[in-house]
Design a protein around this ligand. Structure first.
Ligand SMILES: *Cc1c(COP(=O)(O)O)cnc(C)c1O
Length: 455
């Protein structure tokens, strides 16, 4: 029997996430053998710019030596220990650091291992908080259309991306949904930058009517990522947060995607004046090295769980790898890079440069909208710029664009009609030149791969 290739062995026994495996029935997926800086290298030695930061988590480039060293050193001391009834030095140090770099009210850190659990923990804590403070009637949650908080049953229940979650509708709990602050297709019929945040009126009305039954309001600050890279103004975030606060509703900020510099600030919440009750972190937390998550909350929430064991106030939640020492060491390494390398100084130059380079894409008539925030740049493709008519899902324009991107050595995984770059913070001006040129080549000639009729 001849030896099977790695892609063949992959096909035989590996089931990939968010992937229709039939797409690979006759096509080999790239098998990545190593990575360095901005690049992924496959078995054939082909090189790809990691233009989506390996699903939004790589910060300082692949295998950054400072983080690698931190993990190596940790590996020589302690690889894993339970965090129930035990602690370990890096877990303590990282908790201190996270409390120090987030808004003043956040004082306690609860670890887990992925973004979905970070959000699920916030929801459970909020619910149990109200139960234990004499308000069991506060048991409903509010979320946004096009919001995304993970793939567990709980977080899907607060998701607003039916494409992903409709198969599981029967399992999800009831919650309130607000219109997405989608400025390109304003639900209130306004133009971007010329509105009075009318899309928050339904929230104000809901709070008037049901406020006393609402435990918490969860949203992704400034950038609804998985829902289609919808970027919305800080004024919306501010007013939404103020409304929630005025009705005693917990503000749960999901910064799993936006945290750690991606938006040009350490956290997206810094674009407004906010005091969240919960802050959910993961993805970039370890610089993309290892799975780790953290849910931060206030002393007030913590106190509601504090008491004699017999009072039954304990938070019964935990994951085997909660606060895994290697992950925590990687996170400390990543924070060290922020401190040592003037990351934000560099971003002060590269982000405006990226935004300028992206502007050229507006010349293409099928580029309907260009949305920019930090190192994230998203393009919404339309059939007709005037009517903003999109390409029907059945056309699946994302697929040829993905394949064409691979040909050009960039990673594109469009969300429906939205093509985006989600660049590592370490990207340079020269990288940006190269990446945006390649993106231009992918988008400029859609006829080549049967995308859509040319205008
Ligand atoms: C990715 C993501 C999650 C889920 O994180 P996982 O680690 O994939 O479970 C939650 N919230 C937001 C905003 C995300 O982008």
């Amino acid at each position: 029997m001849s030896e099977m290739s790695l892609p063949e062995r992959d096909r035989r026994c590996l089931w990939h996430p968010y992937t229709q495996m039939k797409d690979y029935a006759r096509r080999e997926l790239p098998v990545i053998e190593r990575a360095e800086g901005l690049f992924l290298y496959d078995l054939q030695g082909r090189r790809y710019y990691d233009t989506i930061s390996s699903w939004w988590c790589i910060l300082h480039g692949h295998r950054h030596p400072t983080i690698a060293r931190a993990v190596h050193e940790q590996l020589d001391r302690l690889e894993q220990v339970l965090l129930a009834g035990f602690s370990h030095p890096p877990a303590i140090e990282l908790a201190e650091r996270l409390v120090a770099i987030t808004p003043p009210g956040l004082a306690k850190v609860f670890y887990s291992d992925n973004g979905s659990t970070a959000c699920e923990i916030a929801i459970k804590m909020s619910l149990q908080y109200w139960r234990q403070t004499g308000h069991p009637e506060r048991n409903r949650f509010v979320a946004l259309e096009r919001g995304y908080h993970g793939d567990t049953i709980g977080t899907m229940s607060l998701g607003g991306v039916p494409e992903f979650h409709q198969a599981f509708a029967g399992l999800l709990f009831d919650s309130y949904r607000l219109p997405a602050p989608e400025c390109y297709r304003c639900p209130m019929g306004k133009e971007r930058g010329e509105c009075g945040l009318e899309c928050l009126t339904p929230f104000a009305e809901l709070l008037e009517r049901e406020g006393k039954h609402i435990a918490g309001f969860i949203l992704e600050p400034l950038l609804q990522a998985a829902g289609g890279m919808n970027i919305y103004p800080p004024a919306y975030l501010q007013k939404a947060a103020d409304l929630a606060r005025a009705h005693g509703v917990h503000l749960i900020l999901d910064e799993v995607a936006t945290g750690f510099g991606r938006t040009g600030r350490m956290f997206a919440l810094e674009y407004a004046d906010l005091a969240p009750d919960f802050l959910c972190l993961s993805k970039g937390l370890t610089g993309g090295f290892l799975p780790l998550a953290a849910t931060l909350t206030t002393d007030e929430v913590y106190e509601a769980f504090y008491g004699d064991y017999a009072e039954g106030r304990t938070f019964f939640h935990g994951h085997t790898f909660t606060g895994n020492p290697l992950g925590v060491a990687a996170a400390l390494g990543s924070l060290r890079v922020f401190a040592e390398e003037d990351v934000f100084g560099r971003l002060g130059r590269t982000i405006p440069y990226l935004h300028r380079k992206m502007a050229r894409l507006r010349e293409l008539p099928w580029v309907g909208d260009l949305r920019l925030l930090g190192t994230v740049a998203a393009i919404e493709l339309v059939k007709d710029r005037k009517t903003k008519e999109g390409f029907p899902p059945a056309d699946r324009v994302a697929w040829p664009l993905h394949l064409q991107g691979l040909e050009e050595g960039i990673l594109l995984r469009p969300l429906g009609n939205v093509v985006y770059l989600w660049l590592p913070l370490s990207v340079t001006e020269a990288d940006i030149d190269e990446i945006t040129d390649r993106l231009w080549r992918v988008l400029a000639d859609p006829g080549r791969f049967g995308g859509w009729p040319r205008t």
